[in-house]
Each structure stands twice: as structure tokens, then as C-alpha cells.
Design a protein around this ligand. Structure first.
Ligand code: ADP
Length: 248
């Protein structure tokens, strides 16, 4: 996963392979309420990522022995479709990767959902990646926050997420697939937007302490831009009214 040997040029004349500056986000579009049957839903197109998220609950916890009399159980199932990218997946069932991503995404929301309000219930977050282009976990967290808000589930804070990394010896925001797969390092992060708590931080590759500090700042600025798009998608949905928005 390294371009340090120069096999995959990721910075050309100071620009990235897709023409972006180091701190530019890819195009991000969010639609709310795209699954009328769900309690809350969102669709996110971010660069080449296409992700659908449906939220159900709070509803009866099944199996019942999973239930807690003190709080709701947050469950998350992330799945990448077998046609999501050029690489052959060979099967569409769960994998080590989807198990890991489901876990880290669930842990993000366990920290923000006010679960004590709904004892003996569960809240299900279903995420399906229809097309993958690098950064599907951050795009999924961004979608799930909006879907949870659309479901009316009380949260302490909104969560925005973006990856920062090092590609072509340069620190870059919102890695595309080539930067993610062939760059020197990537660090997906999720942050709550009011109190700026770090809810996800994973790291792949090697970075210095100074680089990590700079990247956290880049992610914070990136998350603010992502959050502005989340907020305006929700506003648009509630201003238009639910009947109109399902026709997108
Ligand atoms: P993320 O999608 O959060 O960046 P990874 O770092 O695991 O997660 O993957 C980077 C990118 O590599 C994905 O977004 C996707 O485009 C591609 N990829 C990863 N795993 C697979 C897979 N099993 N099949 C197809 N593409 C994959």
C-alpha cells in the first residue's frame, strides 16, 4: 500500500490525481428519507462512493437476552455489495472487513445516541455500499448520523467523518481510492461537532507525531465542511416535506 517506491504517482505538480488541492473534499451529496419504510434513512454520494443507510428503531430487542433494562442496544451492519468496485469480491456475505467496519461504526454511535431513554429496545443501523471509492467507513458514518437524525433518535451531538492521509509524501484530506490503496498512510476519523470529541481514529502506515497533529487539524476542518452539508440536507428535507423528497 505504498507509493514511496514511486510505482504509483499520487501527486503531480502539487496536485492530486483527481486535480484536488491537498485540503479539498470530493463532491459530497446527501439525500434524506430515501427509504420511506425505514424510521430514518439517508443516501450519500461522496466522490465515487454510493452508500445507502436505513435506521430502524428503537424497537423490540431480538434476541431478547441481548436487551438491557437500562438502555437501548445500538446495532450496526455494514455491507459492501459484490458489485461495489472493480475488484472481485467473490461473495456478498459478511467478511472480516465488514465485521470490523460494523464494529467501529457501532462504537461511534454508542457514544452519541442517548440510549438510556429507550430501555429494552434496539436501534438498527443498516449500511449498504453500492459503489466503493475509498473512505466508505467515513462516508457510512456521515450517512448514518443523518439517518439517525431523520429517525428522530436523540443524540448528544451530530457526528461528521473524513479520512486524512499521506500520499506522494504529502498530507491530504479525504483520500480517493488510489490514495487510500497506494498512499503511505491513512487515518480515518470521526468527530462530534459541538464538543469536538474524537469518536473514531484508525491508522494505517507510518506517521510522525507532528504529522498526526497536523492531520487531526485537517480532519477537524474537513468534518466541519461535511457537517454543513449534513445539516443542509436535513433542513432541505424538512422544509420540502416528506412527500416530495421520496421522489428523488
Ligand atoms: P474504506 O472504504 O473505509 O477506506 P478500506 O481502507 O478497507 O476502507 O478500503 C479502501 C477502499 O478499497 C474501499 O473504499 C474500496 O474502494 C476498496 N476496497 C476495500 N476492500 C475491498 C473489497 N473487499 N472489495 C472491493 N473493494 C475494496
Amino acid at each position: 500500500m505504498s507509493d514511496s517506491k514511486g510505482t504509483v504517482p499520487l501527486m503531480i505538480n502539487g496536485k492530486r490525481t483527481d486535480g484536488r488541492e491537498v485540503e479539498d473534499l470530493r463532491n459530497l451529496r446527501i439525500e434524506v428519507g430515501i427509504i420511506p419504510e425505514a424510521d430514518g434513512s439517508a443516501y450519500v454520494e461522496w466522490g465515487g462512493n454510493k452508500i445507502v443507510c436505513g435506521v430502524y428503531g428503537p424497537r423490540e430487542c431480538i434476541p431478547r437476552h441481548d436487551a438491557s433494562p437500562y438502555h437501548s442496544i445500538v446495532k450496526c451492519r455494514y455491507m459492501m455489495s459484490p458489485f461495489a468496485s472493480l475488484e472481485e469480491h467473490s461473495r456478498s456475505g459478511p467478511s472480516r472487513r465488514s465485521t470490523e467496519l460494523s464494529k467501529v461504526i457501532r462504537e461511534v454511535f454508542e457514544n452519541v445516541v442517548i440510549a438510556e431513554k429507550f430501555p429494552n429496545t434496539q436501534i438498527d443501523i443498516y449500511i449498504d455500499v453500492l459503489q466503493a471509492d475509498g473512505g466508505t467507513r467515513t462516508a457510512s458514518i456521515t450517512a448514518a448520523t443523518v439517518a439517525l437524525a431523520n429517525a428522530g433518535i436523540p443524540m448528544k451531538d451530530m457526528v461528521a467523518s473524513v479520512a486524512v492521509g499521506k500520499a506522494g509524501d504529502t498530507l491530504v484530506l479525504d483520500l480517493n481510492k488510489a490514495e487510500d490503496n497506494f498512499g503511505q498512510s491513512d487515518m480515518p476519523m470521526a468527530m462530534s461537532q459541538k464538543d469536538k470529541k474524537l469518536l473514531l481514529l484508525q491508522m494505517d502506515g507510518l506517521l510522525t507525531k507532528e504529522e498526526v497533529i497536523e492531520m487531526v487539524g485537517m480532519a477537524e476542518r474537513g468534518c466541519e465542511k461535511v457537517n454543513a452539508i449534513q445539516t443542509s440536507a436535513l433542513k432541505r428535507f424538512y422544509e420540502k416535506g416528506e412527500d416530495e423528497t421520496v421522489k428523488w
